[in-house]
Design a protein around this ligand. Sequence first.
Ligand code: CMC
Length: 446
Amino acid sequence: MSSTKPESVINDKAPSATRRDTLSITDNRTGRQYELPIKNETVRALDLRPMKVNDEDFGLMGYDPAFTNTASCSSKITFIDGDKGILRYRGYSIEELAEKSTYIETAYLILYGELPDKSQLADWSYHVTHHTFIHESIKKFLDGFHYDAHPMGMLISTVAALSTFYPDAKDIFNPESRRKQTYRLIGKMPTLAAFAYRHSLGMPFVYPDNDLSYCGNFLNMLFRTTELKYRPNPTLERALDILFILHADHEQNCSSTAMRCVGSSHVDPYCATAAATAALYGPLHGGANEAVLRMLVEIGSINNVPAYIKRVKAGEKLLMGFGHRVYKNYDPRARIVKHIAYEVFDVMGKNPLIEIALECERIALEDDYFVSRRLYPNVDFYTGLIYQSMGFPMTMFPVLFAIPRTSGWIAQWEEMLLDPEQKISRPRQVYLGHDLRSYTPLDRRG
Ligand code: CMC
């Protein structure tokens, strides 16, 4: 495990000098001293650059693989305190939003910074609802996929394809254009996802029903068969809506970073969203909900949990749905999700895998391996159980993460575009390869 005291700490004693918001550095290679301003608990990496051994020297850089301690932007969207287990969107606690808000209202809040008033909410809902249809040609794209194509692959491809249908989206510095693409993206993601699902079943696509709520319509497009009018079960509809609220944004995670990074090249938002969706697909990120379910199925019974945990501790496996880069306390979303699980089970019957999940959690919360590494259940630990009970196949789980996260991605993208400090993302590297060498002709190579 990494040490709790970083090597850079050489003296823990409080300084006697008067407090200044600066950082003093002595470069021991040259003996020179530097004083760096500290603002918002950060120093600017570029302030290291003047630290050189000689004039040809490029200057000092920060080295931070995986951005474990580097802020890549300033943001006003989402606040997380990982030690205290706090998550807030635009200042509102996730618990309060999950209890009182709807996904469509929360998406507005995330995107525009304030809760909407009545007419703003009506206008926003109207526009999202009236952008749920997709171009008929998209159906031909979907038809080209194998019946067993992973829906995330289909979603990534079809979101990217939207870019070709809406060339006006390239006008990214036009607020009206951005607003239009936002309606389209939030409106069409559930349709693309539902159509991907129906394709995998070989069932006809179900068109959006404007009378239904955002989640109600999504359930309609997924599950409607012969009924003239689909009526979603209100408990399941609300459960999905709350899950969408919980997944709407999570500050600078892997997929939001992808969205910002790809968007920083000024590509249109559909291509950037496709990149973010691809980043989300991985099992360490939004694909974890699917991976958790596969793990629970693999474990198979409560009796096998101790043996599985032993393998995790031996480094052979990960306990999927556990651990988080930022939360070093219980993920506040996981607590809400656990509660929703039982509400869904009341309607759909108990998912038998819940017992295995609870046993994994019980053992892990007492075991020194997990306690010392501060590994707690994250949002993905229980969501899969809910989705499965609601009738979703495992491959749809990451898709159910991508739909609501789209609001967060767009908000992050727009904030990046409008931030005068942002430029095209372009990290530095530490080159450790060969120095200059001369080309060896093929016949003289060993
Ligand atoms: N099972 C077993 N050991 C773990 C786990 C886990 N799930 N997660 C972390 N560890 C260990 C890790 O091996 C390391 O041990 P050591 O110090 O001995 O090398 C220590 O805990 C620190 O972990 P890390 O890999 O340095 O942490 P990270 O911040 O780089 O990774 C993570 C965070 C979420 C990728 C990781 O915890 C993980 O792989 N979890 C399982 C996948 C998962 O559930 N992902 C969903 C994340 S929440 C949804 C989202 O927002 O994406």
